[in-house]
Ligand binder design. Structure first.
Ligand code: IDP
Ligand code: MG
Length: 139
């Protein structure tokens, strides 16, 4: 199976009507969409998904933000999927994200930065399983 990653449009992207814009960028790049759903984070899921950040000072604000509305979770497939999607997302901090990237073009906050993407294939496997059952993904 080709490499896969877990991406989601965060609540700010859904509220701002940027779901189509964000999905379209990955489609036009030639990546393959293999899973898609809208859901709202629970506190339990947020703590599991962001386990590496739970003890950091920004975590309470991050948790409040990700619980603030629905997200659109997706699984995308393609060669070099992690590097490619991370490059297209742009850097975490809104002021560092280059124009032409999703965050560089649309984000004006470090916390509310529109999109999540797994940062390694190992994390992608864990994160995909946090959001999708195997039967919910295309073969
Ligand atoms: P990433 O989303 O680019 O992988 P991470 O360092 O994994 O960045 O952080 C996860 C999320 O936590 C970020 O996307 C952002 O929403 C939030 N975050 C990270 N660092 C900060 C910070 O210094 N202040 C506020 N929020 C932050
Ligand atoms: Mg991260």
């Amino acid at each position: 199976m080709a490499d896969r990653t877990l991406l989601f449009v965060k609540p700010d992207g859904v509220k701002r009507g940027l779901v189509g814009e964000i999905i379209g960028r990955f489609e036009r790049k030639g990546l393959r969409l293999v899973g898609l759903k809208m859901l709202t984070f629970t506190q339990e899921l947020a703590r599991k998904h962001y386990e590496e950040h739970v003890s950091k000072p920004f975590y309470p604000g991050l948790e409040e933000f990700v619980l603030s509305g629905p997200i659109v979770a997706m699984v995308w497939e393609g060669d070099d999927i992690i590097e490619l999607t991370r490059t297209m997302m742009g850097k975490t901090k809104h002021t560092d994200a280059a124009p032409g990237t999703i965050r560089g073009d649309f984000a004006f906050s470090t916390t509310e930065n529109l999109i999540h993407g797994s940062d390694s294939l190992e994390r992608a496997k864990i994160e995909i399983a946090n959001f999708f059952k195997p039967g919910e993904l295309a073969a």
